[in-house]
Design a protein around this ligand. Structure first.
Ligand code: SAM
Ligand code: SF4
Length: 381
């Protein structure tokens, strides 16, 4: 089976404060000592990388340090991890290396430090520039800190992403306009604009805030698309907007059903070997991950995907892309003939959820807006 590009995801599961909307595998520090934690946890990461059984000798296409809040860790820690990944796998030329950062955790020296060790992309969790919304979201930064951190990021890194959220509690169109105009002022080339979702096991789920209704959210979304379009941003994925050549290569590899290895607590991998495509995940709780790493045991689960799993997972990723996928990519990445989904493609076309042009399958605007309905068509049992 042909091997797709290989990325590495490294999870840092700590945060200063748990945001009330967040269901990521992230944990507050409380009374734990950050420096001890950083050393112990990064040692476990290094061990996992050392122990990794190389498959097909691929160099790394991208690396992504996500969280949690990776910007709590020092440049020196990331240097050790990148060096270990480099000596184990090798890095492709121009390997995109991203760090996720919270504006409330950054100082100028760390920006330079991250850049100096080879990190070339920063993804900054701004969420909003409105002080009331930031308070409601219990963010640890104010609008000014977010703006200054983002300006400095653009000055320092080749590529910068700003994370924003919309449909925030009682959010008006005017407030969204302001968030967009402040973001454009920064001069970033990539924006991830997420619809705030209320996830189970979050504080917002227990104590729901008053959110814009469906019509109001749709109006906000139209405003975002129009304003970002006018400013030269192309919506290339459900929540991702980029200027020319500024797309996130790491996320693109997920959406194009590439391979990735997840290192760290709860991190998932998707891998292709000579016969199969499989998923595996690490112990989710950071303490379990660290304790098991002592016995060189990192993975809580491993599962070989069935043909039906592969079809659904491919579609779940590729149909998020505004430009969809070429049929050849489906065959190359799944090792299945496109004929196995011919019937489903025809149903989706008939319902005007996708179109086909020059061998490319693309979601229509309707398909993008009703992605779950579109995906249901490809869910076989
Ligand atoms: C892992 S966090 C980014 C880095 C850092 N932890 C931070 O928050 O600044 C990834 C992004 O997911 C988005 N996000 C998290 N929970 C969300 C939710 N419930 N609904 C919509 N977007 C969410 C936020 O925009 C957040 O910045
Ligand atoms: S800082 Fe980011 S990862 Fe941490 S709790 Fe908040 S949204 Fe979640």
């Amino acid at each position: 089976m042909q091997h797709p590009p290989l990325s590495a995801y490294v999870h840092i599961p700590w945060c200063i404060h748990k945001c009330p909307y967040c269901d990521f595998n992230s944990h507050e520090f409380k009374d734990q000592n950050l420096k001890d934690n950083e050393a112990v946890y990064s040692n476990a990461l290094i061990k996992q990388i050392e122990n990794y059984k190389i498959n097909a000798g691929r160099k790394l296409h991208t690396i992504f340090f996500g969280g949690g809040t990776p910007s709590l860790f020092s440049p020196n820690t990331f240097k050790k991890i990148i060096n270990k990944l480099d000596s184990k796998f090798g890095l492709e030329k121009n390997c995109e290396i991203t760090i996720e950062a919270n504006p409330g955790t950054l100082d100028k020296e760390n920006f330079i430090g991250y850049k100096d060790i080879g990190i070339n992309r920063m993804s900054l969790g701004v969420q909003s520039f409105n002080p009331t919304h930031l308070k409601k979201l219990e963010r640890i930064h104010d609008p000014e800190e977010a703006f200054n951190a983002a300006k400095l990021a653009v000055k320092t890194f080749e590529k910068v992403n700003v994370d924003l959220m919309f449909a925030l509690p009682s959010q008006s169109l005017e407030q969204v306009k302001y968030d967009i105009s402040k973001t454009l002022e920064i001069g970033t080339s990539h924006i991830s604009y997420y619809h705030l979702t209320i996830e189970p096991n979050t504080l917002f789920h227990k104590f729901p805030p008053k959110l814009p209704n469906e019509d109001e959210s749709a109006e906000i979304f139209d405003l975002i698309i129009n304003e970002l379009n006018k400013a030269g941003f192309n919506r290339y994925e459900t929540s991702a907007y980029a200027k020319k050549d500024a797309q996130c290569l790491h996320n693109l590899n997920y959406w194009e059903f590439g391979d990735y290895i997840g290192f760290g607590a709860g991190a998932h991998s998707k891998l292709t070997d000579a016969k199969n495509i499989y998923r595996q995940s690490c112990y989710k709780n950071p303490r379990d991950y660290i304790n098991n790493a002592n016995n060189e045991n990192f993975y809580a689960e491993k599962k070989i995907l069935s043909a039906n799993d592969i079809i659904f997972e491919f579609m779940m990723n590729a149909l998020r892309l505004s430009n969809g996928f070429i049929k050849n990519l489906f065959e190359e990445r799944t090792n299945l003939s496109i004929s196995v989904i011919e019937k489903e493609i025809n149903i989706a076309k008939h319902r005007k959820l996708i179109i086909e042009k020059n061998g490319r399958i693309k979601p229509t605007v309707l398909g993008q807006n009703f992605l779950n309905e579109l995906l249901q068509i490809f869910l076989k049992d």
